[in-house]
Design a protein around this ligand. Sequence first.
Ligand code: AMP
Length: 119
Amino acid sequence: MTYDSENIFAKILRGEIPCDRVYEDEFALAFHDINPQAPVHILVIPKGDYVSMTDFSANAPAELIAGFFRAVGHVAREQGLEQPGYRILANSGSDAHQEVPHLHIHIFGGRKLGPMLAR
Ligand code: AMP
């Protein structure tokens, strides 16, 4: 799948539309999900044109992959989620209901999160 540079997260990265920012560094941007599914629901996106985890893991430079995952862990820690716990999730493709074609990791926390998958 080719990257669509008009997707909403690309626009957020370019500063064309606002976000409720939580954290930013040279590799990643984290912001609150506009439609939260848990008391804490944060999205972390890499600074690069990657559609999905498959695309990112195959094509991103190692420094960006490392920096991105460090940012995910940093945000979880900073939000105080390490204890009592949190969940990360990345939807990829239509079966997973990926809505925005720019890789994003959801961080959920702030309550007991129930079973791993909805039925
Ligand atoms: P996914 O289904 O994994 O692609 O998730 C996309 C997520 O992006 C959803 O949870 C949406 O609520 C969220 N979302 C869409 N537009 C925005 C936005 N402008 N700011 C923050 N979150 C957004």
